[in-house]
Write a protein that binds this ligand. Structure first.
Ligand code: FAD
Length: 401
């Protein structure tokens, strides 16, 4: 589906090399190419590739997509069912259904194609193995034996990123998510059509979800890394209760999500990180696609500036990128960390507020639609008071599974 873009002549030194063709990398490559850079996008997998992900696009993600991107939406959630460990179930209507359900293989291939159309060269099945910097040049080696040079590199190679290790990204929160893509019969598909489920789970800070995609439901659970047996048990129990344990899943996988420390670096010299590689993910919902798209855009622009920057100005350009990410996404992450702190200590309060206090649901609904942000929600008097009180509570102990 993706035209392999092989230029007549590869430059001896690329302007920008982007590592990883997820939403962050495909966006960075497109933006760098649009800014006139000779850009190479490396992807380890063959495109289209599978990615463990709910594929739920909230309003902030939809708003950050390039205009006119062909997007294959398999369902749109207009209703949200919330439960607390399977109890106190309540289904609420969204004022404007905007949470679009997509397959990441399709979304990421479309974003990569947009990068190729903008002039980036795409090389899939190519893994970065090492990188080093000398003066104004970054040297990248790949599993194919290539030695490539660039004036700037964007690491967008996901939550197990090599570039992230090189830059020294530090995390405040690391979670493990387990997820299955389950084919469903017509009756089950009807039951889920247009409705997503969020269950606040038995492990501290955990939740489960079912996202409908027509003849498939994506269902999974997430909790702090470190107790995989308890998480696996929660997943089995959750899928069984949702009637999704019987059919053989199309995919049954796990993946880490990471949230950066506020002081974690976003660049080292001429190497920038974006998306999951920079550990830019919402602490509470673990939503990361909007973060990947927005940081990818900023990284693509910053990389284009690095190409023309004199050696002595490179650190100022990289520092400016860090400040932009912090201005736009840092406030969101600080607010979501505070919400996560409240949720992990008192999920029952969060559940009651959402399902019983109409203004709380209206705020979350507006966030899903992209009309407000987590930072704005956490600045409301109710959320501020609840978050302050939560710091005095112990973490909620796990229920026996
Ligand atoms: C179970 C689960 C469910 C989720 N559900 C949602 C959701 O519903 N909505 C949402 O907004 N977010 C969700 N997220 C978060 C979201 O998936 C990520 O935040 C998002 O994928 C980040 O995009 P990215 O481009 O930074 O990284 P990725 O999408 O991970 O892309 C990184 C790319 O880099 C490639 N790569 C890795 N190493 C190398 C290398 N050395 N050389 C070359 N290429 C390399 C990989 O193959 C991959 O294609 C979920 C996460 C998980 C784990």
């Amino acid at each position: 589906m993706l035209p392999p873009s092989t230029p007549a002549r590869a430059p001896a030194v690329w302007d920008v090399i982007v590592v990883g063709a997820g939403p962050a990398g495909a966006t960075a490559a497109r933006v760098a190419a649009e800014n006139g850079c000779e850009t190479l996008l490396l992807e380890r997998a063959a495109i289209p590739r599978y990615k463990t992900c709910g594929g739920g696009l909230i309003g902030a993600s939809l708003a950050a997509l390039p205009p006119g991107l062909p997007l294959n939406v398999h369902d749109t959630a207009g209703q949200f069912t919330f439960t607390l460990n399977g109890r106190r179930e309540r289904t609420l209507d969204s004022s404007s259904p905007t949470c679009a359900m997509v397959y990441r293989s399709e979304l990421d291939a479309a974003l990569t194609e947009a990068a190729a159309v903008s002039g980036a060269e795409v090389r899939d099945s190519t893994t970065l193995t090492t990188l080093e910097q000398q003066g104004a040049t970054v040297t990248v080696k790949t599993n194919r034996g290539d030695t490539l040079r660039a004036r700037a590199v964007v690491g967008a190679d996901g939550s197990a990123s090599r570039v992230s290790r090189y830059v020294g990204v530090q995390c405040a929160q690391v979670d493990l998510a387990l997820e299955a893509e389950v084919p469903v019969d017509g009756r089950t598909a009807d039951r889920w059509r247009g409705r997503a489920l969020m269950e606040w789970g038995p492990l501290p800070g955990s939740f489960g979800w079912v996202f409908p995609k027509g003849d498939v439901c994506t269902a999974g659970v997430v909790a702090a890394r470190g107790n995989p047996a308890a998480l696996r048990a929660y997943k089995e129990d959750f899928l069984e209760r949702q009637g999704l344990l019987g059919p053989r899943p199309l995919h049954d996988t796990g993946h880490l999500t990471r949230c950066r420390r506020p002081d974690s670096p976003l660049a080292r010299g001429r190497v920038l990180v974006a998306g999951d590689a920079a550990a830019l993910v919402d602490h509470w919902s673990r939503e990361g696609i909007s973060y990947a798209l927005r940081s990818g855009d900023l990284a693509g622009r910053a990389a284009a500036h690095l190409v023309t920057a004199a050696e002595e100005k490179a650190s100022a350009v990289a520092g400016h990128y860090g400040r932009q990410v912090d201005d736009i996404l840092g406030g969101e992450m600080r607010a979501s960390r505070s919400l996560m702190n409240l949720f992990a200590r008192n999920p029952g309060l969060v559940h009651t507020a959402l399902t019983r206090l109409p203004p709380a649901w209206r705020h979350l609904d507006a966030y899903l639609a992209g009309r407000t942000s987590v930072a704005e929600i956490m600045a409301t008097p109710f959320a501020r008071t609840a978050a302050a009180l939560a710091t005095r509570l112990p973490l909620k102990p796990a229920r026996t599974l």
